[in-house]
Design a binder for this molecule. Structure first.
Ligand SMILES: [Mn+2]
Length: 458
């Protein structure tokens, strides 16, 4: 697998081992390590690698980040979707060095990821950066659920700095949920010449209107004219039935003043002027009494002067679901949480390998979704298609003939799902991540078998 080749690990042999280990993970991504390895020798190599104290999560993953960060020609836009997921190995794990996760009942770590996506083609480009984070229990805190919110919030800014600035002329937009609504986070993105779309967390925060008046964000929005209306289907919850919400669109420029309490970084690096940005809001009119009002308030660096520009910001924010899908691929597909390593460092390293493999799977699936009629032969190795055609062809003379040359990406995806155990009936829907990971694993085993037969008999 190319992804790991330029790894700076200080030892060529070790790099080779890492590349080999990554290839094996692709063969059996949901298995434990002995099953991934082709022989005991390789298996030992993988374990040894995982044991090397001088190979960090960052060393394994950074060549991939570097490649991703080269993306973006002059005039192009890239979304950088940021979010955190919990990698929970459950409380019974004895692995050393893990921290509390969940409601502090689990053991594991947090993985903060930034996934780069082209908003036009909707293709995932790769990971622009990641950080592993441990929650430490506060000493003397009676309630172990209490945590330090500032410390956890700082990861958003650190990752923005790790990712850095876009290539000349390109626009990078950090897309973040409410966790990133923080003055310092905006400042760091601004200093890196990156834009942002962040969901507002506090409507009562102080802003400065274009006329120079100080007011809350909520008051500023209420003073704006309604610029559009749209409806939204709201799914049923345990307490309420489904409804159609009527939403009003508002937008306006504003400036964010320095907060009253500032830290050393803000004192040193933040611009002295209030930070200029725009707000776009979709808010429900007359929500039912017992329901929470639908309200999507977005703060963005991008000028919003027309309804079209506002809609674009809303559409960009909606693309955040891709990082949730990525987390599903990583957690469900790889079953990273059930891998048996004994120290947190080793668990981090295997997560680094899988984090990148999950991107590859996401890209393949996306291609099948967005370009279902595209010939598979242009994307997938010919040997794979030839083999899947033979394996999936039912012997009955009345069975429809599978054609390798005309096979579309949608058909290839269906056959791959079928190989993983998906029945493919209309009522079954798309294969889930687990099924999808089993498909390539079987196909690669078959391919290997064919190769062995060819060398022995041919
Ligand atoms: Mn989140």
């Amino acid at each position: 697998m190319m992804e790991f080749s330029p790894c700076e690990l200080g030892d060529v042999r070790r790099t080779k081992r890492l590349v080999k280990a990554a290839a094996q993970v692709l063969v059996r991504p949901d298995g434990t390590t002995p099953e991934q390895a082709e022989s005991w020798g390789d298996c030992k190599a993988l374990y040894r690698l995982m044991d090397c104290d001088d190979i960090s999560f960052q060393a394994i993953t950074s060549p991939h980040y570097e490649r991703t960060r080269q993306s973006g020609d002059a005039g192009s836009v890239r979304l950088i979707l940021n979010d955190t997921t919990e990698i929970d190995y459950d409380s019974k794990r004895r692995a050393r060095g893990l921290g509390p996760v969940g409601r502090n009942t689990g053991r594991g770590f947090f993985l903060h990821s930034a996934l780069m996506r082209d908003p036009v083609t909707k293709q995932v480009i790769g990971l622009a950066g990641q950080e592993v984070q441990y929650r430490t229990k506060k000493k003397g805190a009676k309630n172990s659920r209490r945590r330090d919110p500032h410390r956890e919030q700082a990861v958003w800014g650190r990752l923005i700095d790790q990712i850095g600035s876009p290539p000349p002329g390109a626009t990078w937009l950090h897309v973040c949920d409410r966790g990133a609504d923080d003055y310092e986070v905006f400042c760091r993105a601004y200093r890196q010449r990156c834009g942002w779309i962040v969901r507002a967390c506090r409507l009562n925060r102080q802003v400065i209107s274009p006329s120079g008046d100080r007011m809350t964000l909520k008051e500023h929005l209420t003073a704006q004219p309604v610029r559009g209306r749209q409806s939204l289907e709201v799914a049923a919850t345990l307490k309420r039935s489904a409804r159609t919400a009527q939403l009003e669109l508002r937008f306006a420029p504003l400036a964010l003043p320095r907060p009253r309490v500032i830290n050393a970084w803000i004192r040193k690096h933040a611009p002295s002027e209030p930070l200029a940005m725009w707000v776009v809001e979709l808010a429900e009119i007359d929500p039912p009494n017992d329901a929470e009002q639908v309200r999507r308030t977005l703060l963005t660096s991008q000028p919003v002067e027309t309804v079209e520009q506002a809609q674009q910001i809303i559409d960009y924010y909606a693309q955040r679901w891709a990082i949730e899908e990525y987390h599903k691929a990583l957690k469900t597909g790889c079953q990273v949480e059930s891998r048996y390593y004994e120290t947190a460092e080793r668990l981090e390293r295997i997560t680094g390998l899988l984090a990148i493999v999950a991107v590859q799977l996401l890209r393949l699936r996306h291609l099948a979704d967005e370009h279902p009629d595209h010939p598979a032969i242009e994307v997938v190795p010919a040997q794979w298609i030839k083999t899947i055609t033979k394996v999936r062809q039912r012997p009955s003379p009345r069975a429809p003939k599978i054609n390798a040359t005309t096979m579309t990406l949608e058909e290839f995806d269906k056959h791959l799902g079928g190989l993983g155990g998906h029945l493919g009936r209309k009522c079954d829907g798309r294969p889930g991540w687990q099924t999808l990971w089993r498909g390539p694993e079987k196909l690669l085993l078959i391919l290997r078998g064919c190769e062995i037969l060819r060398t022995k008999c041919g």
